[in-house]
Design a protein around this ligand. Sequence first.
Ligand SMILES: Cc1ncc(COP(=O)(O)O)c(C=O)c1O
Length: 403
Amino acid sequence: MIGNRTLAVPGPTNMPPRIASAMAVPLEDHRAPDMADFILPLLADLKQIFRTQTGTVLVFPGSGTGGWEAALRNTLDAGDRVLGASFGQFSMLWMDMCRQLGLNATTIECNWGDAPTIDAYRRVLEADKSHSIKAVLVCQNETATGVTTDVAAIRRMMDDLGHPAMLFVDGVSSIAAIEFNMDAWGVDIAVAGSQKGFMMPTGLAIVGVSERVMQNVQERTGRIYGRSGGCGYWDFATMAEANSTGYFPYTPAMTLLHGLRESVDMLQEEGLDNVFARHNRLAEGVRRAVHGWGLRPCATDPATVSDTVTAIVVGDRHDANAVIRSAYRNYGVSFGGGLGAVTGKVFRIGHLGWLNETMVLQALGGAELAMRDVGIAFEPGSGVGAAVTYFTEQQATSLMAAE
Ligand SMILES: Cc1ncc(COP(=O)(O)O)c(C=O)c1O
């Protein structure tokens, strides 16, 4: 095709040339004597992105799904009780994984588009007088529906109840894009992936682990598996021990780590609060556009809408996949498809990572072209216009703000 393709899926996101250049390095010896000079500051700076001082951030070759597994395998034994919610494809899959690993999973089932309420979590925890539930799983940003859960409120509720369960957060499509405070929210394990807020290719599972979990896994490793063991590839204790010297227990994805260094630099230069504000501003532009088209987001409660992805309901008479096909084939624009229960009902605009107003408008323009092609009725320009109006009411553009 002539001209640029537009990547408007919620991961992988657009990769800044700075990150691409940082990865254009010759392959190197990951056990070189000076490698610790590169690794130790990177791991320390990642803690700032997770907003943890007392926790540890571990980086595994893998993806977000691997991070989910790492969280479960390091802390739980078959038969242990966990509590989570299913309100979209990803939260559902994490609960499925719990069952596959032999955990005793209680799932709060929600309509896709709704967020699990704090009360729904509370009811189960309150009834668990013997504290048999070992971990509470929260998907901070359900990428399939564009719905968020209030992690801080869940932590407050657990504290009010005095329930000692660990709090695990899927932050794959929120960390480095939407506010996340590991220490302040008492999060025990937080899972991120490289291909979303970190603006990188897929390939790294980035996992924040609290001090309390780190202590427990060390004891647990000894108890369950004996001296030779741990839980294999994902073992937190083995990884942390090697990391403490600036090295890895196995061959790290060095090329990606160079990209991650650049990514963390970029996030720090912009300032995390500015990153969150930019995502909020761009997301609000998309929401205004959806409203301008006379459509609605999949998220049913405005208080839970996501600042990284918007799932747009096209209405019963239309096939959202036809919008996606037309956008891709005719205009080179990639939107996210509806997954699982919302297949064909929604298309998703990803608005996270290395993104500014003009890039969002490009995606919105592509959506208008494709929606016209498939016969969805709306006033051409109504969405783009609403976003333009909103953006021009706002302060300096993303590009200027970052300079
Ligand atoms: C919220 C959420 N969790 C987990 C995953 C799974 O991550 P990955 O595809 O990197 O394995 C995704 C992927 O999009 C996601 O959006």
